[in-house]
Design a binder for this molecule. Structure first.
Ligand code: UDP
Length: 386
């Protein structure tokens, strides 16, 4: 039987493991924690699915991804909405025409609305930096306004860096809506797993060809030497799909890759609800970036009384401090370092990197699933054509 080892049991690793298992591979999933699921792991607390590693919202335009995941979960429809709390004033994020009407200088509202609609067309989305860099003074002024109210402070907290030091894709994730659209995502499929992400993951891993080893560090049982992979000190000729941090796995031989980490403060309230929508972003003050109230997006039958919420305090990832790598900080320098790891690892023909950490890319869940399915297909087809 063809063999594969998958390092990491997050959504990337589990998707790849399942796809390989269904195609006759004997798959061993290695997980360093005492639970599977990576950062989508959730627990049912007081009848609310609490995301133990921060809020995860599923959305995709990719029908294949949706269909694949639908084999392992039922869904409940959920359209994500976010408000920014600006000194007590709530306005929709992404910044839309409602936000504009609520916040912009009263005497300029109608004029700028007309300019924006003429320039970009009603219903379209525009990256905030494009507004800021526009040659028209009014659009520029509006762009700077949105940057100040929504992006500058939040981004500094989230990344510890200025907007200009980040990959432009980061800001483009949250464009300005030239419409009254108030959904955070506009994808075709928007839904949450009815019984939580952990159950979805467990169902994925529940296959006769999949074995799971928890509490096992990859570095303790996997070794790369002279173009060969060793598993428990024996040469391993199967495939290894690695979804962890490549710098750590390679003992930092080309230097450390930067990541952002998060400190979460979980809280309970006896009130039936804390805030007007699932996520409220604090874009002009506070040390935390956002508060997520789980019952608003994880429980299709929310309990009447009581609510659980989480505040996120970002910080720089540092080794040996018990921190978790949540976000790769993609820029020119880190890309150079990552490419060195990638080049080195490409000497090991059966070793593949995958996922937000393995690939060092700031991707959403659906792309993680898509990439994992694509990789599994490549592996399967490669083996067939051998
Ligand atoms: N962002 C911001 N203000 C907001 C929302 C987002 O400045 O109110 C910026 C911030 O830099 C953030 C990025 O846009 O990291 C992407 O936001 P997203 O909501 O996609 O972040 P995630 O949910 O992945 O943490």
């Amino acid at each position: 039987m063809k063999k594969a080892i998958v390092v990491g049991s997050g959504i990337s690793g589990c998707t790849c493991a399942r796809a390989l298992a269904e195609n006759g591979y004997e798959v061993t999933v290695i997980e360093k924690l005492n639970h599977v699921g990576g950062n989508v792991y959730d627990e049912l607390i007081d009848d609310i699915y609490v995301h133990m590693y921060g809020p995860h919202i599923f959305h995709t335009n990719d029908e294949n991804v949706y269909k694949f995941l639908s084999k392992f979960t039922e869904w409940f429809p959920y359209e994500h909405k976010v408000l920014a709390n600006i000194y007590g004033n709530y306005v929709p994020v992404p910044f839309n025409l409602t936000s504009l009407e609520k916040l912009y200088m009263k005497n300029k509202v109608e004029k700028i609305k007309k300019i924006l609609i003429d320039e970009y067309g009603f219903g379209n989305k525009v990256p905030v930096m494009q507004l800021k860099q526009h040659k028209d003074k009014d659009i520029q002024e509006f762009g700077n306004f949105v940057l100040n109210k929504i992006f500058i402070h939040y981004t500094q907290k989230q990344w510890g860096r200025k907007i200009e030091e980040l990959d432009p894709n980061v800001m483009q994730r949250v464009p300005v809506y030239i419409s009254y659209e108030d959904k955070y995502f506009t994808d075709k499929f928007q839904c949450q797993p009815k019984l939580g992400f952990t159950q979805l993951i467990n169902n994925m891993l529940n296959h006769k060809n999949i074995k799971i080893l928890k509490n096992v560090e990859a570095n303790d049982i996997l070794e790369l030497k002279d173009g060969k992979i060793f598993y428990k000190n024996q040469e391993f000729n199967g495939k290894v799909i690695f979804t962890g941090a490549v710098d750590e796995f390679c003992n930092y031989k080309f230097g450390e890759l930067p990541y952002r980490s998060l400190d979460f403060k979980f809280k309970k309230t006896k009130k039936s609800q804390l805030q007007p929508c699932a996520v409220v972003n604090y874009t002009v003050n506070k040390k935390y970036t956002r508060i997520s109230e789980f019952k608003k997006f994880t429980t299709y039958k929310a309990p009447e009384k009581g609510s659980i919420y989480i505040k996120e305090y970002p910080l720089e990832f540092k080794r040996d401090k018990g921190l978790i790598r949540y976000y790769p900080i993609v820029n020119e320098k880190s890309t150079d370092i990552f490419n060195k790891y990638k080049k080195y690892l490409s000497n090991y023909l059966n070793f593949y990197v995958l996922g937000r950490l393995g690939d060092y890319k700031y991707i959403n869940m659906d792309i993680a699933v898509k990439n994992a399915l694509d990789l599994a297909n490549d592996i399967i087809e490669g083996d067939i054509s051998k």
